[in-house]
Ligand binder design. Structure first.
Ligand code: KG4
Ligand code: ZN
Length: 347
């Protein structure tokens, strides 16, 4: 096992300062410091607050990861870092830290794409990636369907949200139901106590929409529909059945996501769907995806919830794969690119 590359990965694209250490497909440490509580009262991530929190957390998180893994920084074979996409100021902190480590230790650096890292992380749990596969990435920042041929070379976008990301919709609906931020886990929990009693709209599933947006998503109309429904109840002086609204909203999101993911996998002729990103922690999404995929003879892989949300292990996992497959490292002047396209796996 020791002949496999030892990689330290740094993730700072949003509000999590993540430092992961992996050897090949083995996870040795996954240290995460989150500034989520500092953003809670704003109902969303404040970029400036996130950047400052990364600065404070960076060195202690690197130290904690090395201690957990039982390694010294000099032992690593390469440094990997999220180069984009994400919040510009937040990315800059991680990229600067990674460059400092790479120069100080004299090790190669891999600036990688955050979305490709969400895909690569699954190999830490389920072993070598099934390639080609269809990846469904659903988080607070992105909702995409991707065809993954070789995660170190190319990721081809098949569809994405045209407005809100799925996690954003969960967070906004939670807010209007009076649930805390980030709302996804609270909606998930409330939905388990409720029933699907309201038929909320399924965005971009009509016949004409499907012609142009077969694999795209739209969650903004759904969010508005929930708001109107809740307002109408309040105006009528009737109580809002939070659990039922949560269950009905969650069903609408999961229905569209899983329907389109399975459709995309079938149309591409791939036999595996990989689900990642924070919303992949959703219990209904997991169950429905497995049910619908199984009906079409397709396997589903979902990493455990801790690996689905943003972390450094996913970046280290992709870095390890880069090294194992002989990819050339990035230049030392690699950028922090807030809008790095998903097709650029390596910056
Ligand atoms: O991947 P992630 O940690 O950060 C981004 O890259 O955005 O995803 C965070 C998102 C939040 O919107 C949160 O509400 C959502 O993932 N989330 C969930 C669940 N757990 C987290 N959404 C639905 N159900 C969950 N159980
Ligand atoms: Zn993410």
């Amino acid at each position: 096992m020791t002949d496999q590359p030892l990689i330290l990965g740094i993730e700072t694209s949003c509000d999590e300062t993540g430092v992961g250490i992996v050897r090949g497909h083995t996870l040795l440490a996954d240290a995460v410091a989150s500034s989520v509580e500092e953003h809670a009262r704003f109902g969303g991530v404040v970029p400036e607050v996130a950047s400052r929190a990364h600065l404070d957390a960076m060195v202690p998180t690197i130290e904690r990861a090395c201690e957990t893994a039982g390694i010294r920084p000099y032992d690593v074979d390469a440094i990997a870092v999220t180069s984009g996409p994400g919040l510009a100021g937040a990315l800059l902190v991680g990229v600067a830290a990674a460059k400092a480590l790479a120069i100080g230790l004299g090790k190669p650096i891999y600036g990688v794409n955050h979305l490709a890292a969400h895909v690569a992380v699954d190999q830490l749990e389920h072993g070598a990636l099934p390639e080609p596969c269809l990846a469904m990435l659903v988080s607070g920042g992105h909702s995409s369907l991707l065809r993954v041929e070789d995660v170190t070379v190319g990721v081809e976008p098949m569809g994405a949200t045209i407005d809100d990301a799925a996690g954003e919709a969960f967070d906004k609906v939670a807010r209007l139901l009076g649930l805390p931020f980030p709302g996804g886990p609270y909606i998930d929990r409330a939905a388990r106590e409720g029933h699907v009693t309201i038929d909320f709209p399924r965005g971009l599933t009509g016949r004409r929409d499907l012609e142009r947006h077969r694999f795209d998503f739209s969650f903004s109309g759904l969010k508005t529909a929930v708001a109107r429904w809740v307002e109408a109840r309040e105006r009528a002086g009737e109580p809002v059945p939070v659990d039922d609204v949560a269950a009905s909203f969650q069903e609408a999101v999961c229905d569209v996501l899983t329907r389109k993911a399975v459709d995309a996998a079938v149309s591409e002729g791939v036999e595996d769907i990989l689900v990642g990103g924070g919303v992949a922690a959703n219990s209904r999404l997991r169950t429905l995806c497995e049910e619908r995929a199984a009906a079409r003879g397709i396997r589903v892989r979902v990493p455990r919830p801790g690996l689905c949300t943003d972390n450094g292990a996913m970046v280290a996992a992709l870095g390890a794969e880069m090294l194992a497959r002989g990819r050339r490292p990035s230049a030392l002047d690699l950028p922090a690119d807030s809008s790095l396209p998903v097709t650029s796996v390596l910056a």
